[in-house]
Design a protein around this ligand. Structure first.
Ligand code: ADP
Ligand code: MG
Length: 339
C-alpha cells in the first residue's frame, strides 16, 4: 500500500486555523485592537466599512515593527510575546498564540504599514490569501496600521454565512466596548462608514463607562471593591432599580481581558436575588485581578474562556463583594434624607 498522509501546505493550514480565530468581522476587530494594545499604543483608531465586511482598519501609535518582523508576523506561530510554554502562566499580553495575523492574511486582502520611532522609513507589505504581493519602504507614521479588506473573499461559504450589516456591526461594537472598557487610559476613536461612532478620551474606569453608555449612567452605578489574597475586585454594578431586560451590560474582566463565565455570572445573579423584577438582568462591570499563575487562558483560540484554579472561592468572594455593595446602596437614600 502506498503512503497517503501528507503535510498540508501553509496557506491551507492557515485557512483551516482561520476558521477558529476569525468567525466574523468582529473577530478581526478584536485581534487587531488587542495587538495594538500589546504594542503599547496610547491612541488607537478603528475604521470599518459595511460592518467590517469590506474594510477593517486599526491604526495605533505603538512600538511598530522592524522590516523582518513585519514579514514574520504573518507566519503561523510567529509571536514576540512568549518564548516557552511556562510563559503562558506569566502573561501580561493579550496575544500569545501567534496565529491571528496568519489567519487573517489567509482569508482577506491585508495591507500592513509600520514604522518604529527611531527609523526614518517604515515598511509596507501587501498580502492576499497568505501570498505576499508586495513589500516596500514607506513613510508611515510611528506605529502600525493594519488594513483588512474583503474578508472571506476566497471562502464564499463563510462570506455567505455573515449576517446583515446591522447584526455584524452590533458584534463589532460589542468587541469594541470590551476592549475600550478594559483600557480606559487609552484613547479610542471609532469610525463606521465615515461617521464617528465613538471618540473616547483617556480617563478612568468610571468615566470610560459613562463615555460609552451615556451621561445618565453615572448616577446608576454603585462601586464594588474588594481586596483578598486570592483576588482584587474593582468596578461597578448597576443599581437594581435601573436593571434592564437585555444582557448587554454584563462585563467580567480578568487581568484586563474580557472573559465569559456563566459560573461567575451566576454568582452575581445570586447576589442580586430578590432585588430584580422578573426578567430583568443585573448590569455589571467587574474587573478581577488575580495571579496569572492561578488561571489558564489557553483553553480556547479566542481566549474568552478561562480556567481558574479555585473557581469556588472566587464565586464566594465575588458574590459577597456584590452583596456588600448592594447593601451599602440600600442605606444611601436614608443618609441622603438626613443630610
Ligand atoms: P500574537 O498577538 O498572539 O503574538 P498575532 O498574529 O496577533 O499573534 O501577531 C503576531 C506578532 O506580530 C505579534 O507577536 C507582534 O510581535 C507583531 N504585531 C502584531 N500587531 C502589531 C502591532 N499593531 N504593533 C506592533 N507589533 C505587532
Ligand atoms: Mg495578537
Amino acid at each position: 500500500m502506498a503512503d497517503i498522509i501528507q503535510l498540508l501546505p501553509d496557506h491551507v493550514a492557515n485557512q483551516i486555523a482561520a476558521g477558529e480565530v476569525v468567525q466574523r468581522p468582529a473577530s478581526v476587530v478584536k485581534e487587531l485592537l488587542e495587538n495594538a494594545i500589546d504594542a503599547g499604543a496610547t491612541e488607537i483608531k478603528l475604521v470599518i466599512k459595511d460592518a467590517g465586511k469590506t474594510l477593517v482598519q486599526v491604526i495605533d501609535n505603538g512600538v511598530g515593527m522592524t522590516d523582518t518582523d513585519a514579514r514574520l508576523c504573518f507566519e503561523r506561530h510567529a509571536t514576540s510575546k512568549i518564548k516557552k510554554a511556562e510563559d503562558l502562566f506569566l502573561l501580561n499580553t493579550k496575544g500569545f498564540r501567534g496565529e491571528a495575523l496568519a489567519s487573517i492574511a489567509a482569508i482577506a486582502h491585508v495591507e500592513l504599514n509600520t514604522r518604529q520611532e527611531q527609523e526614518e522609513v517604515g515598511c509596507q507589505i501587501k498580502i492576499e490569501g497568505s501570498k505576499v504581493v508586495s513589500q516596500e519602504p514607506s513613510v508611515a507614521p510611528k506605529g502600525t496600521s493594519l488594513l483588512v479588506k474583503n474578508l472571506f473573499y476566497n471562502i464564499p461559504a463563510r462570506r455567505n454565512f455573515l449576517k446583515s450589516d446591522a447584526v455584524e456591526l452590533r458584534h463589532i461594537i460589542d468587541e469594541f466596548h470590551r476592549v475600550a472598557l478594559a483600557h480606559p487610559d487609552i484613547r479610542f476613536d471609532f469610525y463606521s462608514n465615515n461617521a464617528e461612532l465613538f471618540n473616547l478620551p483617556p480617563s478612568n474606569q468610571r468615566q470610560r463607562i459613562v463615555n460609552i453608555f451615556g451621561g445618565k449612567t453615572n448616577e446608576k452605578l454603585v462601586p464594588v471593591n474588594e481586596v483578598t489574597e486570592v483576588v482584587t475586585i474593582s468596578g461597578f454594578i448597576r443599581k437594581p432599580e435601573f436593571a434592564k431586560k437585555s444582557r448587554g451590560e454584563q462585563f467580567f474582566f480578568v487581568n484586563d481581558r474580557y472573559i465569559k463565565s456563566p459560573y461567575l455570572h451566576h454568582a452575581i445573579n445570586s447576589a442580586f436575588e430578590g432585588l430584580l423584577k422578573d426578567g430583568l438582568q443585573p448590569g455589571y462591570f467587574l474587573f478581577l485581578t488575580v495571579d496569572p499563575q492561578t488561571i489558564d487562558i489557553n483553553i480556547h483560540p479566542t481566549k474568552t474562556e478561562i480556567k481558574f484554579d479555585d473557581e469556588h472561592t472566587l464565586y464566594a468572594i465575588l458574590r459577597s463583594a456584590v452583596k456588600h455593595s448592594l447593601g451599602q446602596f440600600n442605606v444611601a437614600p436614608v443618609l441622603d434624607f438626613d443630610s
